[in-house]
Write a protein that binds this ligand. Structure first.
Ligand code: 4NP
Length: 146
């Protein structure tokens, strides 16, 4: 799960998907395209919206996406078009690129919708982001759990 800062959107996507997967054979992680928040806890508002929905994401710390993530992960979900461009720029070959997907295309196929960056918004932005990610992760988990 990838966003810009790895403190708002991708930690939520990481926590939500991990909570829905039934097999230990799947591993979920998240990262930011930037290094702005390396080592930081998720944003307080993400921690709070997760907590309200029964998830604890305080074990997560910010990290920056690394080229080796292309080797380690089969699926790389990005939150918006800017994340998509930034990750595709790092891709080394066509196989890397095929792993990268806009997460909302899971719940809204081919629409190329974005998870809006809630960093400069109030708490309602985080409720909205949570809802979108919950819906998309439910679909991802259904596929991976079969
Ligand atoms: P995120 O939100 O990409 O969902 O983690 C942001 C967090 C921090 C910043 C931007 C977006 N920032 O500019 O510090």
């Amino acid at each position: 799960m990838v966003c810009l800062g790895n403190i708002c959107r991708s930690p939520l996507a990481h926590g939500i998907l991990a909570s829905k997967l039934t097999s230990k054979e799947h591993q979920v992680d998240s990262a930011g395209t930037s290094n702005y928040h390396v080592g930081d806890l998720p944003d307080k508002r993400s921690i709070e919206v997760a907590r309200k929905n029964g998830l604890n994401i305080t074990n997560q710390r910010g990290r920056q996406f690394q080229i080796e993530d292309f080797d380690y992960f089969d699926l790389i979900y990005v939150m918006d078009e800017s994340n998509l461009q930034n990750i595709v720029k790092l891709a080394r070959n066509a196989e890397d690129i095929t792993k990268v997907k806009l997460i909302l295309n899971e719940s809204h196929p081919n629409k190329n919708l974005e998870v809006p960056d809630p960093y400069y918004r109030g708490n309602s932005g985080f409720d909205n982001v949570y809802k979108m990610l919950e819906e998309a992760c439910e679909i991802i988990a259904k596929k991976l759990n079969t």
